[in-house]
Design a protein around this ligand. Sequence first.
Ligand SMILES: NC(=O)c1ccc[n+]([C@@H]2O[C@H](COP(=O)([O-])OP(=O)(O)OC[C@H]3O[C@@H](n4cnc5c(N)ncnc54)[C@H](OP(=O)(O)O)[C@@H]3O)[C@@H](O)[C@H]2O)c1
Length: 237
Amino acid sequence: MGDVKALEENFRLQNKSCFILGGSGETGQLLLQEVLGRRLFSRVTLIGRRPLSLQEPESGELVQEVVDFEKLEEFAAAFQGHDVGYCCLGTTKAKAGADGFVRVDHDYVLKAAELAKAGGCQQFHLESSRGANKDSSFLYLRVKGQVEADVGALGFDRFSVYRPGVLLVDRAESRPGEWLSRKVLGALRAMAPTSMAIPIQTVGRAMVTNTLLQPGAKTEILENNDISRLGAEGGGP
Ligand SMILES: NC(=O)c1ccc[n+]([C@@H]2O[C@H](COP(=O)([O-])OP(=O)(O)OC[C@H]3O[C@@H](n4cnc5c(N)ncnc54)[C@H](OP(=O)(O)O)[C@@H]3O)[C@@H](O)[C@H]2O)c1
């Protein structure tokens, strides 16, 4: 933990700014808490489709940009001048239909990444999914794999992909299929660590801790076990 504290101190001195996409979602809210609680950035911008009521008041350090994701290029200014971008955006086929799912999980994410890159962003951290594969016959995994590949091709100085398994969370919204997976995998996890599921807090913490590190390669993929290790309480490098 001592090492993490030293890395945080050093990071703070660099006065970096970040934006978060999907900050109203389950992972995004926890990621925001991590980012604010650890005071790593001189400015944090939430980019979303609706204004959020925040515990912490908006200030020079925390700002919100409300955008229309169907016309993102008209909101290019929101993506200007950030050092780091976090993306926890996503929907489901059940909620948005197949086309809507592709639109959000691929098109919106890619467009946002393009605008961020054009605006000078150096690092992009993308929450994807276990099993993401652009050649998969499953729509969900194919779209996740495709967006990883397309964002990767933009050439960020650093592109980090997180592939968590089932997110263990008491979700506000009802998702019956996910609920069953969570119950089964949550019970298994209580007996032994599993590569299939992960507490959602761990994902947010891992994405932030990983930002402090300097990977050897420009693109890195963190599988569920990597995320668990990095996001463990008191864990880190
Ligand atoms: N659920 C799992 O077990 C699991 C496992 C592995 C990976 N993942 C992936 O991890 C990511 C985060 O998951 P999560 O469960 O934390 O997400 P979540 O709670 O469903 O939140 C999704 C976020 O995306 C935004 N969003 C959804 N539809 C949108 C639209 N049409 N236009 C603009 N914004 C939209 C939401 O904004 P609003 O609040 O405005 O709706 C919210 O901020 C997703 O990409 C998901 O596929 C999930």
